[in-house]
Write a protein of this length. Structure first.
Length: 181
């Protein structure tokens, strides 16, 4: 498995070595030793989540102000554009974003450390999205960031308005968002 730092160096793209033939394919989707070597610290996952969404659904940008979650995310069906926004006030990349295409065909995974808002939009007819988290979901600490905030300037790969939850449609802009200290 190859790990690559992205524009925000703490966010890593993991690309597996896939072995395929006429029978199908095999790849190692997670290896604790390889993952921790790439991340540079011990990481303990406590929760796995699985969602299914239709084309044009945008989930996020979500984060927790306490019990911050690191996330290792991947797509097992379909394709999404996945985004992480740095909300760590002391970070040199505070307020910056990075985005990648994750799909069942590329089998890549994205590591989003604690202190980032995270979201994705479904580009295929549907997508199944899996993610491991380093802390439990804490609804009392969950916050959202406006997906279309011009101050963040995410270059989403679509032209029509996405389908949003009420919470995401009313999320605060970056200037008004609670950030991670």
């Amino acid at each position: 498995m190859r790990a690559t730092s992205l524009v925000i160096p703490d966010v890593l793209l993991f690309e597996p070595k896939v072995f395929g033939d006429e029978r199908g394919f095999f790849y190692e989707s997670f290896n604790q030793k390889v993952f921790e070597a790439a991340v540079g610290k011990p990481v303990h996952f406590v929760q796995d989540n699985h969602s299914r969404s239709s084309k044009g659904v945008l989930r996020g940008l979500h984060y927790q102000i306490k019990q911050s979650q690191g996330k290792l995310v991947r797509v097992t069906h379909g394709e999404v554009f996945d985004v992480a926004v740095d909300l760590r006030k002391s970070s040199a990349t505070f307020g910056q974003w990075v985005g990648v295409h994750l799909s069942a065909s590329n089998k890549s995974q994205l590591w989003i450390p604690e202190g980032f808002a995270h979201g994705f939009v479904v580009l295929s007819e549907s997508a199944e999205f899996l993610y491991k988290t380093t802390d439990y979901w804490a609804p009392e600490h969950e916050r959202s960031l406006a997906w279309d905030d011009p101050d963040v300037g995410i270059d989403w790969p679509f032209t029509e308005s996405p389908t949003l939850s009420a919470k995401d449609a009313n999320a605060p802009r970056f200037a008004d968002a609670e950030v991670v200290e």
